[in-house]
Design a protein around this ligand. Structure first.
Ligand SMILES: Cc1cc2nc3c(=O)[nH]c(=O)nc-3n(C[C@H](O)[C@H](O)[C@H](O)COP(=O)(O)OP(=O)(O)OC[C@H]3O[C@@H](n4cnc5c(N)ncnc54)[C@H](O)[C@@H]3O)c2cc1C
Length: 426
């Protein structure tokens, strides 16, 4: 039998105002925000914990949330979660930032390396407190489309194949999977040979005991150790889009065998792996081909439809505003994205996709969806002034102050002038 035809009649199990597909940081931010606006919300997560790459993927670092001169740029739920993560898990917030924005200028950047597992538990608590419904171990397979309008989503779980209805859908699967399967135009990315697991050694444990700090017990072991820019990508290893099961498997097998090879011959009484990443550490698989794509040359530009100001995590002073158009697509009236699959190009995408911006674009997507529902307009057509007020009420900086813009705007990214690299992925 070369071809089979699947026919199955599904009755809607439940109707929601907003369905959030994916429980990474962007998804949790979106679900909590939409539920806080009084809407019925369902969040679907294919794994067993929340947090996505930040927890499952062991990327447990809030990259800098400031301009590198002591001024905080990213607030909102991100600020709340940074503090929350430091209350119960590791607290690595620099001394200068322990009590909020420093009174004096400082070059020390505002970061926090958190416990991935404890933060995942805290995200579950956030969802439960918000009143949003959650389904774990449940894959959002594809949207139910009527023309270009989404009517719901088909899920696959222990309960089998089911259909949940929605008025607004936010795809925060990181890979834009649901939008992609619904025919929404997307742009694939390219991923290098990167893989990092957590381990402990006798030496690191001794260090932790000596310093009375359990955080110091952890160290890392890498598979492919290629960085963000693809330096040292081996010639015999492919770059993956991460969008097929074969690619995902090839990436995982190569990396897992490499980690195993590195362990062989080391003293088995002196080390143990504590966590393997439980999702592929792909940075940029696929993003919405949105109404706008954020570029490096957009640095320091004010956008009338900005939903948040963000900062570059590597380069001091380098500031951006994110237009609403990066998470919408005008011809799809009730489908949005946020986080890793927001619309950006090259290094512009890199600045946009990391954990702090992912959280606040998640919040922005939720407010956009809720406002579109209330005002009976398309997501891309919400009243921007009202949306920005909502975001400011959530303590999100919508426009960066002009006094933060440096006189010398030259930024050298990986040895190249920022403008030269615009548009290309590195
Ligand atoms: C190697 C590497 C290093 C990085 N370093 C840093 C760093 O140091 N600091 C930093 O801030 N950022 C870093 N990042 C980026 C950052 O981790 C991510 O961009 C960010 O966490 C993305 O969050 P998200 O919620 O958009 O997506 P994800 O974290 O990808 O979350 C998506 C969620 O959706 C779920 N999901 C996927 N498909 C489905 C489906 N069909 N149905 C239901 N659920 C689904 C997944 O299980 C996951 O929980 C790094 C990324 C990588 C790969």
């Amino acid at each position: 039998m070369d071809t089979i035809t699947l026919t199955k009649k599904l009755t809607m199990k439940k109707q929601y105002d907003v369905i959030v597909c994916g429980g990474g940081v962007a998804g949790v931010a979106a679900a909590v925000t939409a539920a806080g606006e009084g809407h019925s919300v369902l969040i679907l997560e294919k794994s067993n914990i929340l947090g996505g790459l930040a927890t499952l993927g062991l990327i447990n670092l809030f990259v800098p949330m400031c301009n590198g001169r002591g001024k905080q740029i990213i607030f909102g739920l991100c600020e709340k979660w940074v503090r929350l993560s430091a209350e119960v898990g590791f607290d690595t917030i620099p001394e200068e930032w322990k009590n909020g924005e420093p009174k004096e200028p400082t070059n020390v950047r505002y970061i926090q390396r958190f416990s991935p597992d404890i933060f995942a538990l805290q995200l579950t608590e956030e969802i439960v407190k918000s009143g949003a419904d959650i389904l774990f171990d449940c894959i959002a397979c594809e949207p139910v489309m009527e023309g270009k309008t989404c009517k719901g989503v088909i899920t696959e779980s222990k309960s089998g194949t089911e259909y949940y209805g929605c008025k607004m859908l936010i795809d925060v699967t990181g890979d834009c999977d649901v939008l992609r399967h619904g025919g929404v135009p997307v742009v694939p990315g390219e991923n290098f040979f990167t893989y990092m697991a957590k381990m402990i050694t006798l030496e690191s444990c001794e260090r932790a005991v000596k310093e009375k700090n359990i955080y110091r017990a952890f160290t890392g072991i890498s598979g492919g150790g290629v960085n963000l820019f693809g330096d040292n990508q081996p010639e015999n290893v492919p770059k993956w889009s991460g969008l097929t099961v074969e690619e995902v498997t090839d990436y995982l097998v190569r990396n897992q065998l490499l980690v195993l090879k590195r362990l062989k011959g080391t003293d088995r009484f002196a080390r143990e792996i504590t966590h393997l990443p439980f999702m592929p550490q792909f940075r940029t698989t696929c993003r919405l081909d949105g109404d706008y794509a954020l570029k490096v040359s957009d640095a320091y530009k004010h956008f009338d439809d900005s939903i948040c100001a963000i900062n570059d995590f590597e380069h001091r002073d380098h500031l951006f505003e994110v237009p609403l158009r990066c998470i919408t697509r005008k011809d799809y009236p009730n489908m949005l994205t946020a986080g890793r699959s927001a619309s950006g190009e090259g290094y512009g995408w890199d600045v946009l996709r990391v954990i702090p911006p992912a959280i606040i674009t998640g919040q922005a997507a939720a407010h956009t969806a809720c406002m579109a529902l209330r005002d009976k307009v398309n997501a891309a057509d919400v009243n921007i002034t009202n949306l920005q007020k909502k975001l400011e009420n959530d303590d999100i900086m919508v426009h960066f102050p002009d006094e933060y813009v440096p006189e010398d705007k030259t930024v050298v990214i990986h040895g190249k002038n920022a403008v030269e690299i615009d548009g290309g992925h590195m």
